[in-house]
Design a protein around this ligand. Structure first.
Ligand SMILES: C[S@@+](CC[C@H](N)C(=O)[O-])C[C@H]1O[C@@H](n2cnc3c(N)ncnc32)[C@H](O)[C@@H]1O
Length: 263
């Protein structure tokens, strides 16, 4: 997907509810992200880039962990990026990860979550980010992927998840299968010490999780109807499952991968 396409699509920062969706995404995913970053040994003097920072929670977390270092939070559109109160070591920059660079070897950590799968050539972007790393520096890349929905006992809900997967693929070329290829892409990029962990989303049993999905479904609804992927009635029936106390299902997971530039 090219940069203008993201900014005009269903996840554009100007879309009603997108700030709330980004906040919910942070609440759900930050615990795994920060555990992984802690295990990698984020140090007080590290220089870090948070690419496609969104609302910026990980950039703010890194800024507290690297008081003697520097954190640069980048995004195509920084309007929703909350850098307040702005610590002296946190810089916000408009930056297109497909075109704009950092000096080679300048970073101890580069992190990108839910970004690369939206890009036309995720391997190329990963290669570029790996090039920003100093020897021994860490790259952490996270992207969501979908579980096969055919096994769901809730066909209407499964249909909605399928359609939500197809919509950004059709309109922007988002590739949700990319997430499973991240470790191989890191190896191809010359990184070592590669690891992977996965957080699976369960709908119907957790208020925060359901709030996130209600937000996603609401934002997707006009596009799903306009593209003919689903009717308003089908969407309403599928989302109604979330009101059923007996309902739980899973379809989506966040894949978190890390690698190290050889010393
Ligand atoms: C789904 S959001 C994820 C936000 C954040 N990383 C998180 O996980 O909470 C994707 C973010 O990537 C940004 N983005 C999309 N394409 C980009 C590009 N080519 N360069 C930089 N940022 C981009 C979007 O503006 C958006 O803020």
């Amino acid at each position: 997907m090219n940069a203008p396409a993201y900014q005009e699509g269903v996840l554009a920062h100007g879309t009603r509810g997108e700030l709330e969706r980004l906040r919910l995404l942070e609440e759900l995913c930050d615990p795994t992200t920060t555990i992984v970053l802690e295990r990698l040994g984020v140090a007080a003097d590290w220089h870090c880039v948070e690419a496609g920072a969104g609302h910026g929670s990980i950039a703010r977390w890194l800024a507290t962990r690297c008081p003697d270092g520097r954190v640069t939070a980048t995004d195509l559109d920084t309007a929703l990026l909350d850098a307040s109160p702005a610590p002296a070591n946190l810089t916000v920059a408009r930056h297109d990860v497909t075109r704009d660079d950092f000096p080679a070897g300048s970073q101890d950590l580069v992190h990108a979550r839910a970004l690369l799968g939206h890009l036309p050539d995720p391997q190329l972007a990963l290669d570029r980010m790996a090039g920003w790393l100093a020897p021994g520096g860490r790259l952490v890349v996270e992207d969501p992927t979908y579980l096969p929905t055919a096994a769901s006992p809730y066909p209407r809900f499964a249909e909605l998840f399928d359609a939500c997967q197809q919509l950004p693929a059709r309109t922007h070329g988002t590739d949700h299968s990319w997430a499973r290829r991240i470790p191989a892409a890191m190896a191809r990029s010359g990184l070592t010490d590669i690891g992977m962990t996965i957080r699976v989303a369960v709908c119907g049993t957790d208020e925060k999780e359901d709030a996130f999905w209600r937000r996603c479904f609401a934002q997707a609804t006009p596009g799903l109807i306009a593209t003919g992927l689903m009717t308003a009635e089908q969407i309403t029936a599928a989302v109604a499952h979330l009101d059923d106390p007996a309902f739980s299902d899973t379809a989506w997971m966040m894949v978190t991968c890390w690698g190290r530039r050889p010393s």
